[in-house]
Design a protein around this ligand. Structure first.
Ligand code: PLP
Length: 472
């Protein structure tokens, strides 16, 4: 480094204020009225440390390091640490069950039920008729059993917990027979073989990755066997030369040997997806009718409710689960129960498609989506040259119906010459609320299918705002 630069650097370092001096600036004195002192001190230290590092790396050479600028940076950090990090986002990706974006948004009725249960006392575990202690699960048990066509049902924290509980309760120290093609990873560290090990169940893999026959299960039965298990291939597809026995055949084998048949459906659905132009995703009713003793599925996949693990099946097994020590460890909280009950009631009243956002999105028609994307384009083309609409595909996501798509229309915004895709996406993420879209062929794409009604205006205003910012 030339000598003058070294001198300049030393001068910058010497001129840096101390923490106390920073905290005495008007901005931070103001902020200090409301923000905790230790947060201010911490943010001031961090800002100064980083500034010193930047100076050493030459990033601040020959520029002014104004006291006000530094104080502004400290204030920004303090404000950021005071606001909540979990916030609403606009999902314009067209992925209906986006696990990273919180899966299923709740219906209006479910949201109201959550708010009511959260903000007041309730009869959560209180029997209003007898005035005695009641069961929190009573609010959903018979509803869930009726809708799934099972004798009984309970619910726990999520489907991973449901599978864990069923294996622990019925297969600990025993063998579970599973097709090799189903010893899968569901995602986020949930691998069926690992889960089995954790519960103390011994996995007995049969068949091959692509083909497993009923006889493979049958010949693997030993005196140590507790159950046959099927795991739905939620997030992948094996196509071509494949075979898997019907659940009915598995039920026949299981029951002939006095074994349990457990079906982990993953998404599980109460409505037939074939009605929406999709492949038939096995319904909970299908599995129960085929003879599964226990069926497990998620509350926040195609059911369209809160995160929960639903377990439906034969009375005697559900009764044992209800009394299992894990039932307490994995139990649902009152807000989830409220949302779950409200969601299930939509199915009971036969209004799921109209009321549950996931099903509203699934059932939207291309013509309607084209019209909406067209309205977006008409509004944006005034500020965003080249804004257009294109045909595309929405996906189900969330480990349901892999490879299946729904035809849609998207708003496509080209990247202005003075910007870049990465910069635009970063800007979209920094908006309030952040907007998450898709990128294809150097265009930003926005799918109306997953944008909630009340977010539409905000989305368009945000895109307009971005356009005017970029043209400056
Ligand atoms: C999604 C899924 C799970 C996990 O369900 P969560 O509700 O996310 O815990 C388990 N098994 C299968 C087959 C799944 O698709």
């Amino acid at each position: 480094m030339p000598k003058e630069d070294q001198n300049e650097l030393n001068k910058l370092m010497r001129n840096l204020p101390g923490v106390e001096k920073l905290l005495q600036t008007p901005v931070l004195r103001d902020l200090g009225q409301t923000a905790p002192h230790d947060l201010l001190v911490e943010a001031a230290r961090q800002t100064l440390d980083e500034t010193r590092q930047n100076i050493r790396q030459g990033q601040f050479l020959f520029t002014d390091l104004d006291l006000e600028v530094l104080a502004g940076e400290v204030a920004r950090r303090v404000e950021q640490s005071l606001e909540s990090s979990l916030r609403e986002v606009i999902n314009a990706t067209g992925v209906i069950l986006h696990t990273n974006l919180g899966r299923a948004p709740l219906s209006r009725e479910a949201i109201a039920a959550v708010a009511a249960s959260a903000g007041s006392y309730s009869n959560l575990e209180y029997d209003l008729e007898s005035g005695e202690r009641g069961s929190r699960l009573s609010h959903i048990e018979s509803l869930l059993a009726r809708l799934s066509g099972a004798e009984a049902a309970i619910a726990v924290n999520n489907n991973a917990a449901a599978v864990f509980m069923v294996l622990t309760a019925f297969a600990q120290g025993k063998e579970v027979i599973l097709s090799r093609g189903q010893a899968v990873e569901i995602g986020g560290g949930f691998r069926i073989p690992d889960v089995m090990r954790q519960t103390g169940a011994r996995l007995v893999e049969v068949g091959t990755t692509n083909k497993t026959y009923a006889t493979d299960y049958e010949s693997a039965v030993t005196p140590e066997t507790a159950m046959l298990m099927r795991v739905h291939s939620s997030n992948f597809k094996i196509i071509g030369f494949t075979a898997n026995p019907d659940l009915k055949e598995l039920a026949e084998i299981a029951h002939r040997h006095n074994l349990l048949l457990v079906d982990d459906l993953g998404s599980g659905t109460l409505l037939d997806t074939a009605r929406y132009g999709l492949t038939h995703e096995p319904t909970v009713g299908d599995s129960i009718r085929a003879g599964a003793d226990i069926v497990t599925f998620s509350g926040d996949k195609l059911l369209g409710g809160p995160q929960a693990g639903l377990i439906a099946g034969k009375k005697e097994y559900i009764a044992r689960l209800r009394k299992h020590p894990l039932a307490r460890a994995l139990r649902l909280d009152k807000m989830t129960l409220a949302a779950l009950q409200a969601t299930l009631q939509h199915y009971l009243r036969d209004e799921a498609e109209r009321k549950i956002p996931v099903w509203q999105m699934l059932s939207r028609q291309p013509g309607d989506l084209r019209e909406q994307a067209g309205r977006w384009q008409a509004r944006l083309e005034r500020v965003w040259p080249g804004a257009t609409i294109v045909q595309g595909e929405s996906t189900i996501g969330g480990g349901s119906l892999p490879g299946e798509t729904l035809p849609t229309w998207l708003l496509a915004l080209p990247v202005p010459p003075d910007s870049s895709i990465n910069r635009l996406q970063a800007e979209l993420r920094s908006q309030r609320p952040p907007v998450i879209g898709r990128v294809e062929h150097d265009c930003l794409l926005f799918d109306p299918r997953t944008v909630l009604d009340f977010q539409e205006e905000t989305l368009l205003a945000t895109l307009e705002h971005l356009a005017s910012q970029d043209s400056q």
